[in-house]
Ligand binder design. Structure first.
Ligand code: 5RP
Length: 260
């Protein structure tokens, strides 16, 4: 891989070179969920949090129209879409943003969801592989967002299957969910692994989740709802950073969250 590729990857996950964890902040939920609590006004609610995020994951519409173009936060652009929460089967996604546009938007990485074990598994895996061809030819790292079929448990067996497949197909970063024996998933996945936060849980539980993931070998978090839907998103992103980047315990970081 060339210098540009490595430079972009280091920007997105600076913890790779510093040996620490990284905080990717995910706000792409509206691409299939529509209006999402906490994301109504990105300039007001999201932009002030950016100094505490290593990178920002979002869709092109929100980047174009809701994020000022003078920010320095590296961008991870979601390039797959094509479904909504109204569908029983959520796996019918394709590549919907051109790499030419991604380059014009000066993104540091692109993100694509693969659905292993779901109705459209083949479509998402082949589209993903083609995306890797094109993105790598431009020196752009690819983040695989791993989703598993709706009847499949989010457990080690299925999540490690999806993660390893993503890496085999050329993913540079894999995003998955934390699960029991997560260290085994990390061991079987040759590229950096980051975890999604999932649905909103208590602030302390979200910090404990981040702590466990880092202890199990994750390279960071790609957290959304547990930050932007927190009681105090600014305090929460600082607390997540305290756990993931500074290596403080979840309890210590939570106590500070309550004090500040
Ligand atoms: C949606 C996504 C989200 O970015 C991902 O799930 C992270 O957000 P959260 O922490 O809210 O789960 O990829 O498809």
């Amino acid at each position: 891989m060339d210098w540009g590729f490595k430079n972009r990857l280091n920007k997105v996950l600076p913890g790779i070179s510093s040996g620490k964890g990284s905080v990717m902040f995910a706000i792409d939920h509206g691409y299939f969920m529509g209006p999402t609590s906490g994301l109504e006004n990105p300039v007001q609610n999201i932009v002030p949090l950016l100094p505490f995020a290593d990178s920002l994951m979002l869709s092109r519409g929100i980047l174009n129209y809701s994020i000022p173009n003078d920010i320095s936060t590296p961008i991870v652009l979601r390039v797959s879409s094509g479904n909504s929460i109204l569908n029983e089967d959520m796996s019918n996604e394709k590549l919907c943003v051109s790499l030419e546009e991604a380059v014009r938007m000066n993104v540091s990485a692109v993100a694509f969801s693969i659905y292993v074990g779901a109705e459209h598994e083949h479509q998402t895996l082949t589209e993903f592989s083609k995306l890797v061809n094109e993105a790598h030819s431009l020196g752009i790292p690819v983040l695989a967002v791993t989703a598993v079929g709706k009847d499949m448990a989010r457990d080690l067996r299925y999540l490690s299957l999806a993660s390893r497949i993503a890496a085999e197909l050329g993913a540079d970063i894999v995003k998955t969910y934390h699960c029991e024996d997560f260290d085994k998933l990390v061991d079987s996945c040759p590229v950096p692994v980051i975890i999604a936060g999932g649905k909103k849980i208590s602030e302390l539980d979200a910090l404990k989740l981040a702590e466990k993931a880092i202890k199990d070998g994750a390279n960071g978090v790609d957290m959304g709802r547990n930050i932007f839907q927190a009681q105090d998103p600014m305090k929460m992103i600082k607390a997540v950073r305290s756990v993931v980047v500074d290596g403080n315990s979840s309890m210590e970081s939570y106590s500070k969250f309550l004090e500040d």
